[in-house]
Design a protein around this ligand. Structure first.
Ligand SMILES: Cc1cc2nc3c(=O)[nH]c(=O)nc-3n(C[C@H](O)[C@H](O)[C@H](O)COP(=O)(O)O)c2cc1C
Length: 183
């Protein structure tokens, strides 16, 4: 890894901002799918996350890495259950919405979003997602500026069969023989 040190230091990491940007670019070469992590209750909330990883079949575990500065991080301190919806190729706008800090909070956040309540948790799940995972908190691990949140599955389903939304080098695309770059 190369990083130019311009003499300025970014307090959270001790690294200069240029190094932080170049590390982010290097991480971004790892192509992923895209999910929306959700919590329910009186203040439902959703957050786009590409750090989702299936972990274990027995017991059935998944993980997501949640930035400690996010609203979602606070939400996950206050609820034992959460949902993960795996996004389809047509969901790039939805992914941008749930990554936009200007989106409304509370019930208004899901106004106009096609979501259904998870059977086991009541957590909002994206209606035409490729997969749903309803989870109860299994374990949390410190992951630097993120927390690694491991969930044990309470239920899963595959509501839609479609191409997957991908995230690579900071851009959305889709699986399939003719990969197209989406806006
Ligand atoms: C494609 C994509 C993937 C993202 N993945 C993650 C992730 O895995 N973990 C995370 O904490 N933030 C991730 N983010 C950033 C959050 O979605 C974004 O900071 C969001 O506004 C946080 O919401 P909140 O603070 O309202 O909870 C991602 C953003 C995008 C566009």
């Amino acid at each position: 890894m190369t990083a130019a040190n311009g003499g300025r230091v970014d307090p959270p990491t001790g690294r200069p901002p240029a190094a932080r940007r170049s590390l982010r670019r290097a991480f971004g070469t790892f192509a992923t799918g895209v999910t929306v992590v959700t919590v329910g209750g009186e203040q439902p909330h959703g957050m786009t996350a590409n750090s989702f990883t299936p972990v274990s079949l027995d017991p059935p575990l998944v993980l997501v890495c949640v930035d400690k500065s996010t609203v979602m991080h606070t939400c996950l301190d206050n609820t034992p259950v959460f949902g993960v919806s795996v996004l389809a190729a047509g969901h790039s706008e939805l992914a941008l919405y749930f990554a936009d800090s200007r989106r409304p909070v509370g019930l208004g956040e899901f106004a106009g979003i096609a979501a259904v309540s998870g059977e086991r948790t009541g957590v909002p799940m994206i209606e035409d997602a490729l997969a749903w995972f309803e989870c109860e908190l299994w374990q949390k691990y410190d992951g630097g500026d993120h927390t690694i949140v491991v969930g044990r599955l309470l239920s899963f389903a595959q509501p839609a069969a479609d191409r997957a939304l991908l995230f690579h080098n900071g851009r959305f695309s889709a699986t399939g023989p003719d990969r197209e770059v989406l806006p």
